[in-house]
Design a protein around this ligand. Structure first.
Ligand code: NDP
Ligand code: ZN
Length: 178
């Protein structure tokens, strides 16, 4: 029977601890950690990814961007491979928001195929959420613009994983973007 490794469980616990005071933007204010668990689950269960470092990097994909954790912490605790995957999917928060959004489109195609998997699953979870909920304080226009921007990023990540891309395309079709 396959079982999660000790390292995987430590990673899950670390993500839950670091994100413990954060909430998502949905009206129910879901715990932030639900999102990173969703991203890892999408990869393992829906896409059948067995590369455990990718599944752990998915659990940690927002930990440097959104908590006090540093890349050095991630490297020390979980090693260089996971750290470099997290680095590839982390936005530079010193840049202003519109610039970060533009860079995601510009840089997506240059990332490794393992990092692309995480980016695709991250967008899929966020878009599934946005199909059900409009985040607190958002106008309908902002919600629509997020789908448009996400498709521009996803279009730079094509030919990475057909299952994830099909799920994303279903959403883009429903939104009239395909
Ligand atoms: P944000 O980047 O502010 O918010 C989206 C991000 O929030 C996601 O990428 C996700 O990031 C995180 N998130 C947290 N909770 C949720 C949730 N429940 N559902 C989905 N995502 C969640 O959005 P934008 O600023 O990009 O706004 C969308 C569009 O609207 C953009 O194209 C922008 O140009 C436009 N716009 C923006 C305005 C602004 O004030 N910024 C004003 C008007 C329009 P993660 O996975 O990393 O947590
Ligand atoms: Zn995310």
């Amino acid at each position: 029977m396959p079982h999660p490794s000790k390292k995987f469980m430590e990673c899950l616990q670390y993500a839950a601890h670091k994100h413990r005071d954060q909430r998502r933007k949905d009206p129910q204010e879901s715990p932030y950690v639900n999102h990173v668990i969703n991203v890892s689950t999408i990869l393992a269960v829906e896409a059948g990814i067995e590369d455990e470092n990718v599944l752990m990097a998915a659990l940690l994909h927002d930990v440097v961007e959104d908590t006090d954790a540093s890349f050095a912490d991630v490297e020390e605790l979980f090693g260089g491979d996971i750290c470099s995957l997290v680095r590839e999917v982390t936005d530079d928060k010193t840049l202003e928001k519109q610039q970060r959004k533009r860079l995601q489109i510009a840089n997506a195609a240059k990332t490794s195929s393992r990092a692309k998997l995480i980016k695709l699953a991250d967008k899929l979870d966020n878009l599934r959420d946005l199909q059900i909920n409009t985040p607190r304080g958002w106008t309908e226009e902002r919600r629509v613009q997020y789908f448009v921007w996400a498709k521009q990023v996803v279009d730079q990540l094509r030919a990475t994983n057909s299952i994830l891309e099909e799920e994303l395309d279903k959403i883009f079709k429903e939104q009239g973007l395909l």
